[in-house]
Design a protein around this ligand. Structure first.
Ligand code: DIG
Ligand code: MN
Ligand code: MN
Length: 389
């Protein structure tokens, strides 16, 4: 019998070139692994069973590459995609690595830098569309401050909006079939990053000229860094029809951005996230924006990638068991029992409803003393996750 936790294309598991291609360099240490080429990384991802591969422009085409070099790299990459069957669902721009972006890209105080960021992003959009991307992610890693003396945050948001409005017009003008997904993070590498959480992004999107083509790309680690419940951010995005992409990984709260293997730390949070995505029928990529521990060689990197997908599938199965568990479902039914006595107050507002509701006598004593059996429900969940039911 085939391994039920073996990744299949229909699971839509994707990785960025920068994830499995991470050489393990960090703030305090040099690389521990040699660099692999995009073609080698495509074959590594095919070997572990991924569905797709994503990239920043410069993950694929070096910053100073000539047009001829660019065309050769893209041609080789396309051949590797054709040979392995991997697809490119998402692309993005690196607006954070080069020193020119040290004060941001779209929100930089230097007008020339802001316009260069537009130029670079348009080229990256062209590249992403050429390789089949339907979602374009914007992570504004450098859009922020160390000191609020340096930049008016309201002006920063206006610059961000101007850039996204211009780039939306570009996509429309080019007749590209492309949506934008904005990714938030509270800090690192900037002291404070503008639009720090998915909730902030959702509010900002409503101020854009073409908000219909703009959604979010919530990242597990980034909401946890902000001390927030990742599922709640994802649920709000979904409920607003704005969950255009998702970055899955793991993170210990109060730490720098660890981008750990999915499900390797917050198992319960990861379970409820997977349950939500599967329950609502999310059809987008399950993108792992994560990387292997610095201790690993490339066999360890493959273990990392396999582990992300395997844990997702194990939690998907646990979610199905939760939904099929008779005791859990009976408990949920009892918790949410409704005798229908309030139904007259539902639906459209009316003066009649107001007067009836204002005069309705509630049994405060009984309502306030009701036990909700949440301890039992949560323990059944723990039992299920720990494999004893
Ligand atoms: C970091 O979490 C960011 C960058 O890796 C990239 O721009 C984006 C795409 O997932 N995530
Ligand atoms: Mn991250
Ligand atoms: Mn990310």
């Amino acid at each position: 019998m085939s391994d039920p936790y073996e990744p299949q294309p229909e699971h839509k598991f994707t990785f960025g070139l920068w994830t499995v291609g991470s050489t393990g360099r960090d703030q305090f240490g040099l690389p521990v692994r040699e660099s692999l080429s995009p073609v080698q990384l495509v074959h590594l991802l095919a070997e572990v069973g991924a569905y797709g591969v994503n990239f920043h422009d410069n993950d694929l085409v070096p910053f100073n590459a000539s047009k001829a070099e660019r065309d050769q790299i893209v041609s080789d990459f396309k051949k590797a995609l054709a040979a392995t069957g991997l697809v490119v669902p998402m692309a993005t721009t690196n607006l954070f690595n080069h020193s020119i972006f040290k004060d941001g890209a779209f929100t930089a105080n230097d007008h020339k830098v802001r316009k260069f960021a537009l130029q670079k992003t348009m080229q990256a959009i062209d590249l992403g569309v050429e390789l089949g991307a339907k979602v374009f992610v914007f992570w504004g890693g450098r859009e922020g401050v160390e000191s609020d003396a340096t930049k008016d945050p309201a002006l920063g948001l206006k610059r961000y909006r101007d850039a996204l409005n211009f780039l939306s017009d570009y996509v429309i003008d080019q007749c590209y079939d492309l949506k934008f997904a904005l990714e938030s993070k509270p800090n690192e590498p900037r002291g404070d990053i503008f639009l720090p959480t998915t909730g902030a992004m959702l509010g900002f999107i409503e101020t854009l000229d073409h908000s219909d083509m703009v959604g979010v790309n919530p990242e597990f680690a980034h909401e946890v860094m902000a001390g927030l419940n990742f599922l709640h951010a994802v649920a709000q995005a979904w409920e607003m029809g704005k969950l255009f992409h998702i970055d899955l990984n793991d993170q210990n709260v109060g730490r720098f951005d660890q981008d750990w293997r999915f499900g390797s730390y917050n198992i319960k949070q990861s379970f409820f996230l997977v349950k939500f995505l599967e329950d609502v029928g999310y059809t987008g990529s399950r993108h792992f924006d994560a990387h292997a521990y610095r201790t690993e060689d490339y066999e360890g990197v493959k273990d990392f990638a396999r582990g992300c997908m395997r844990t997702y599938l194990i939690l998907k199965e646990k979610a199905a068991r939760f939904n099929a568990d008779q005791e859990i479902q009976e408990l949920l039914k009892a918790i949410n029992a409704d005798d229908g006595s309030m139904s007259d107050f539902d639906g459209e507002y009316s003066p009649e409803k107001v007067s009836k509701l204002k005069s309705h006598q509630f049994d405060i004593q009984t309502l306030s003393q009701r036990g909700l059996m949440y301890e039992r429900l949560d323990q059944l969940t723990i039992d299920l996750l720990l494999g004893v039911r």
